[in-house]
Ligand binder design. Sequence first.
Ligand code: C2E
Ligand code: CA
Ligand code: CA
Length: 799
Amino acid sequence: MPNLNAAAARDQANPARALRRRYQVALVAIGLLSLLTFSVLELLLARGDGLASAINVAGRQRSLSQEIVYAIERNDRSRLMDVLDQLESAHHALQHGDASRGLPPTTNEATLRAFGDLEESFRGLVTAGRDRLALPASEPTSPALIERALRYEQTFLPQMHAIVGMYEADAQAVYRTAMLTQLLVAMIMLLTLVAIAAWIFEPAARRLHRQWDSLRASQERFDLAITGSQEAIWDWSLPDDRMYLSPRWAELFGDQHLPQATEVEAWFRHVASNDLPRLTEALDRLRTGQSKQIDLEIEMRSSQNERVVALCRGASARDEHGRVTRLVGSLADITAQREVLERMRDMAERDGLTGLNNRGSFHDRLELTVMRSLRDSCFNYAVLSFDFDGFKAVNDALGHSAGDALLVSIAERFQEHLPKDAVIARLGGDEFAVLLHTSEESGYGSMEALLRLCESLNTAFALPHDIGGHPIVSTASIGIVVGNASYNAAEAVLRDADAAMYAAKEAGRGQVRLFDASMHQQAIRRLRIETRLRALCFDDDFELLLQPIVDLETGKPDGFEVLLRTTGPELAGIGPDVLIPVAEETGLIIELGTWILDRAAKLLDRLDRHVGHQETVLHVNVSKRQMLHPSFAKLLRSLLSTHPQHKGRLVLEITETSVMDPRNNLRPAMSLARDLGFPLSMDDFGTGHSSLACLHQFPLDEVKIDRSFILNIEGSREFTAIYQAIVSLADHLGLKVIAEGVETEGQLAQLQAMGCAFGQGYLFDRPLSVEDAMDCLEQSFGRPTHRRTQGRNTGPAAA
Ligand code: C2E
Ligand code: CA
Ligand code: CA
């Protein structure tokens, strides 16, 4: 048993061996069966042959019996002897068998009985013959003997006939049996063969069954996996060039007939024409064996012409000779992922608020444009740089969401008024830029056309934007730079566009300027200023000068205006009128303004100590941006806590334009400063758009009438009248009036005549160093009349 079990185990492990064993057993079984069958048939046939011989011999008996009668009748002794012997030996052979004649002994009972019945006639016939032989030869045969012989023969013949019939019946039975046996054997053989075949092939069939089962299971798994993964399968058989496409293709491309297609073109028809060469090239690489696998993203189109982005993977299969015979792979629909990616990429290139290009993408587009124009002299471009003056004020006054809404509205107007191919970008804050193609056919080929475009843009911007119910007007300062061969980088173009924009800004609201080389110098200067400001080394770069504000009645300095001057070599020659706007735009005015106020407080300490009293007043210029900054109140409080004796003696000068700009809403900051103990002065009065009637609306202590008025005062009666009105109204409102820019005695006389109490100007003093200011105070309070210190110290205005 253990051996058998071991053999069975071996067979299971090795199916070929089991098959071989079954073949061997089957061969032996078939051999044995055939041997048995042939033996049986042999026996049957031998018996049939014996019966045939018996029939033959028995038939001969009949003729022998006739010949005996004949020989007796004719007295033919030798013949008689011969036939008698023959008859007797045949008779014996029939009953007992004779191998030499092929006769088997008779075994059939009926035949043996028939032989018993025949015995008498046989004996009688033989005795008649012998009796005749016993007689002398010369004696003729008696008729009685003939008659006796004839009588026996008459009996013998039918009996022998019956025996022959019996043999014949036997023989027929034997042949029938043989036939049946043959038939049976054939059938048995057939069944056996079938059984053996079934037996032999049973393990193979079982294995086949198992394999079929597992194949089906794996097919099901495969189908499930494919359905689950949502991938569309393709399978390209190369020898017959037939393509199989899985049912998912129908879904993916909205084409029910696709899975029935067998040609590769059915697939290719859905591939976007741009990507088709890439796909066919990748498939060729697989086919030629250059690549084992491919993995590429292709853009496809559904039957409804919708975009389908597919990740196409594929591999090749080879036959036993190593030839590539199949390419198989899958398509995964990655449209959604691709769209997310594209959105992300787009977001990286877009300004999140306005949806316009951001600085980075604008720079890239400009860079490409610059490169292209260097290669192609017919390709022209221009860059427009925009700055919206009022924006910061909106932000500060109405909050950041209002500022954002304004930017969005501005962006919309850009898009409405610019050609489709213009690249519009928000570079940051309220800075915008536009890249235009200005080749002849664009319609912007001439300078006039560009200027007209800028004008129409400014007209569009000038229409009020509805920002949370507030009608906001925003004008842009526009700088234009036209591309030329000297530009080889985007930075240079942008820099010059900015320079032109700054020039426009300096010229006032809503202005347009075309870049020229001098602007470049300005741009460089701006950059220098910005760099120095960012270094925050204010002690190294700046100092403060003091310009006396004189009491026109007594001629004595009532106080000083603190004016910023640069000291370091890097900013040499740059006046505050250039510097302060840069500080405001960069936001560095907060730090610089803090430094100035702090410095001014210290100067006032020095002056106080020098003159021994605390009556001197310092006027400090503050920018609107500084005032609106949340840190401003804190700064003022800290100044007062360090220098409590300065309360009421640090006058803050704010320009009229800042105060009057409705977008700024400086009023709360002004009230706060004033309440804390900082008197307020409206600087440059008359340059802004305020009317005299507005003056009372603001918490003010003084008004400084702008220098431009005094320039005209001597010759013009209207100016004199206006001046007089201002002085009277200010007086009426309890405001101190200071005349700026007094340069001549004539002006002084007129001011005095009008009752203007204070003046400031070169006629009295240029801005002075602290030491000079101290001298000035000392001398003035020593002498009652005003003093002239021409040329003692000069500001940049004099330089
Ligand atoms: P502002 O506040 O109107 O200052 C008066 C300007 O007029 C000063 O120029 C001064 O030197 C000049 N000036 C005085 N008297 C005469 C005169 O008789 N004739 C002429 N032609 N000019 C005269 P400066 O110092 O160049 O300042 C220019 C502007 O820069 C100032 O105008 C002010 O707005 C701003 N600024 C100066 N210093 C500061 C500062 O510390 N902080 C801030 N925020 N702004 C300042
Ligand atoms: Ca001033
Ligand atoms: Ca002024």
